[in-house]
Design a protein around this ligand. Structure first.
Ligand SMILES: [Mn+2]
Length: 324
């Protein structure tokens, strides 16, 4: 990624103000990557804002520097836009027509919407793509504040180093982050030991909805709007529950369907990356990674039971090695 350094620098030099965009339904990767980038660009002398169109941000990263200054609308006019962890401008939630954009990402499916696209699908987090861009730079200096933000992004996107894309290169990178001063214990505590009571109550309801399909190789969970109301859970409280869907011993792919206002939001998780659920999500108009992907459908267009049957049919093809 270092080969993009000078191209990145020459774009950044043309602007005094930079708006960093994070994706809707924000996760710690998009937020941590953006906050680390904002810190580095401020040290480089730029005026920087970090924006997210959602009103709820993941609270596990609220200790990162700059978290409390994240805005839910763009205030700068004609600033350079840098998108972090976004595969598509649909994930912005902002109108960016006619704007110059830099695209920093690691999604397998990325629309290359930027003037400059720095997309590495082998990176385990968007923060890894950014780290590689800046490593060794005399202009964009990684310090302990940025390294801690990048580490939070990494730890979250690899589910504590348990995803299939983690390799020795990942740990070599972690060593560098710790050498830069990343506070790994603070990150680990904040991401893993701060569940809300609403989330734990909702977890019980979600698990009680577990159904098994295709000889128990696929598990589905449903979280209804009534479940969320009964427990007081917000969308943020659902996040820690999604990874449970494929943890049963026999299960290869887990599906969580969340009823939210007029939508069914479907989250797919595969235990092994060779079962590429991003293909299944794409078949329903969504996207994501090989082992974690998502899509949404309008409740008016389908019943819950039909949706489950349609998903199972696609997953059956995937598991049988046919095109999704
Ligand atoms: Mn990511």
């Amino acid at each position: 990624m270092y080969r993009y350094h000078d191209a990145f620098k020459s774009i950044v030099q043309r602007y005094t103000h930079i708006s960093i965009i994070t994706h809707i339904n924000p996760d710690p990767d998009t937020i941590g990557t953006a906050l680390g980038l904002a810190h580095i660009l401020k040290r480089y002398g730029k005026s920087v804002e970090v924006v997210n169109a959602s009103k709820d941000l993941p609270y596990g990263v609220d200790f990162l520097q700059g978290y409390h200054t994240i805005k839910n609308q763009m205030h700068y006019d004609n600033a350079l836009i840098i998108a972090c962890d976004c595969g598509d401008i649909q994930q912005f939630g902002f109108d960016v027509a006619g704007r110059e954009m830099v695209n920093i990402d690691h999604h397998f499916v990325n629309k290359n919407f930027g003037t400059l696209n720095i997309v590495n699908p082998d990176a385990v987090s968007a923060s890894q793509t950014l780290f590689e861009l800046f490593e060794g730079s005399e202009d964009f200096v990684i310090d302990k504040i940025a390294a801690t933000a990048f580490y939070a992004a990494l730890l979250s996107d690899t589910k504590n180093f348990t995803t299939n894309n983690v390799t020795s290169a990942t740990f070599a990178w972690v060593q560098k982050l710790l050498d830069y001063g990343a506070n790994h214990t603070e990150v680990s505590f904040n991401l893993n030991r701060r569940n809300s009571l609403a989330s734990m109550r909702l977890m019980a309801l979600a698990l009680s909805s577990l159904r098994l399909h295709l000889d128990a190789t696929v598990a589905t969970m449903v979280i209804t709007q009534a479940n969320c109301e009964a427990t007081g859970a917000s969308l943020l409280d659902i996040h820690p529950i999604l990874h449970l869907s494929d943890t049963l011993a026999t299960t290869l792919i887990g599906v969580t369907i969340i009823e939210h206002n007029s939508l069914y939001k479907v989250s797919l998780r595969s235990k092994f990356a060779y079962h590429n659920v991003a293909l299944v999500a794409a078949a329903f108009g969504g996207g994501g990674h090989k082992s974690a992907a998502a899509f949404r459908v309008d409740k008016q267009n389908i019943t819950l039971e039909q949706l489950i049957q349609d998903i199972i049919a696609k997953l059956k093809q995937l598991l049988q090695g046919e095109e999704a």
